[in-house]
Ligand binder design. Sequence first.
Ligand SMILES: Nc1ncnc2c1ncn2[C@@H]1O[C@H](COP(=O)(O)OP(=O)(O)OP(=O)(O)O)[C@@H](O)[C@H]1O
Ligand SMILES: [Mg+2]
Length: 547
Amino acid sequence: MRKRSALGIMLDLIILAKDELRDLLVAILAGIVSFLSSVGIAVLGALLIVQLTGLIDLTFTKLVCLMAILALVRGLSRYLEQYLNHLVAFKVLRMLRDKVFAAVRKLAPAKIEGSNKGDLISMIMGDIELIEVFYAHTISPICIAIVCGSIYILVLARFSPAIAVLTLLSYLLMGILLPFIFSKWAKSTGRALRKEIGDLNNIFLDLLRGIAEIMQFAYRDKAIALVEKANQSLVAKQADLIKQLALLLALEDAIALLTTGLAVWIGLATKVPWHILLPMAFGILFSFPAIANVASLGNGLSQSLACGERILKLLEEEPLVEEIVNGVDLNLEENQAEAIIEVNNLSFAYDNQPVLENFNLTISPGEVLGIQGESGCGKSTLLKLIMRFWPADQGEILISGQAVENIKTQSLWKNIGYMTQSSEFFEGSIRDNLLIAKADATDEELKTALRKAAILDFTESLEHGLDTTLTELGDNFSAGERQRFSLARCFLEDSKILLLDEPTSNLDVLNESIILNALKENQADKTIVMVSHRESSLRICDRVIQI
Ligand SMILES: Nc1ncnc2c1ncn2[C@@H]1O[C@H](COP(=O)(O)OP(=O)(O)OP(=O)(O)O)[C@@H](O)[C@H]1O
Ligand SMILES: [Mg+2]
């Protein structure tokens, strides 16, 4: 993975926002107008005083009217700038969230299975949120500072080159040196802060997940102490960052005031008439906010760029298995091959931990094959390799005579019903969760599938029947009920090949036998591979192998 410079990250982030560049440009123009008008108001204020002496031929009314117009312009342009900047930022964030999700989907499951889900969540929620700083508060302040700064300097140079040079030096000090120093400084603090936030998140997630264990094993006091400790070190890091910010703000004000003072001194020494010097001094003092915006960037920007880099990295990550779009379509109805699934000399390792070595297996069409083996021997892994969730290291897997890596991924998945060891459910009703398997299924079909999975009576006994909500993660149903719903989903999909990973592990004897009967009854034109530790379940198999 290539390492990016800060500038490289910024460029890549801008390229990502290319569709919003027009709005961004308008925001920058509005910002320029807004800052110029605020300086204009200050200068007009000074001219009001000068006007009292009769040294200029502008009436009081004229000056006040001009000020009012500028105030209106300032308000409107400021509104437009802020509105558009944030609109652009949030539109880009929306687009980034979609892209990150698409990237995660592309990487799944091989590159997602082993990764830290908490990290992914914090990336999707936290990191993307922080990039807002870059889009809403970085690009336009820098552009505005450059344009406004140049205009101020050019105007000042007309009246006093010496004062113009002084002001330019102060701008450079505030707009380049300060952010440079402070971003270096804030970088380590910012990184430490993000780590503390991540740690606290992880502790909370961990404790929430294990709430039953905390209560049961008297882990309570330790858990509280853990949270307190993480909380304290987070506050300490936040205090560090705030101290830096306070110092930065103090320095910005000091530079603005000192520059104005020095400018007046130079003006007096070089005999600039006071009715010109006074408006100049006002203008200089009020010109600094545009530059200070850039000085304040250092703090948030380095964090924002660090997040940007993580997101860009994820977007560029290559999946372990690419989706096959131009491959063979499986047609299992007309399967000509002798074996419907054939595994030849298959070897596979997770990272460097070998799981399967020179494994061979032939399954005939219509066969019900049982797979047994001690925990961790690679049974689930074999099913994942058949689904091509991971690429095999060596050897081949053929479905109906076609190597899995030549079969269209969508066709492969459509033709094989795969029930994982721990099936997931999504927020929604029982019906929604079943329809995932067959979008156009009628209620009759749903009920048939539920009956085969021995869960129809239970479903009908619920107040809302099929419309009962399966809460997030399906926590409001027992493990056995979830297992039966997930089987119903498999039955509904009605694929020619069924891969079942421990389909009966959480069931009582009665429900197990209902399901086994359903499997047997519907098995006529199907091939079933069932991984199980239970002798009673394996009894329906035509053949049982050991791994
Ligand atoms: N994503 C992964 N990354 C690294 N190692 C993994 C991964 N998934 C499984 N393993 C390891 O590979 C080995 C085989 O796992 P697998 O899930 O295939 O076992 P299993 O035979 O299904 O066991 P069980 O009967 O307990 O379900 C185990 O040692 C496991 O720790
Ligand atoms: Mg397993």
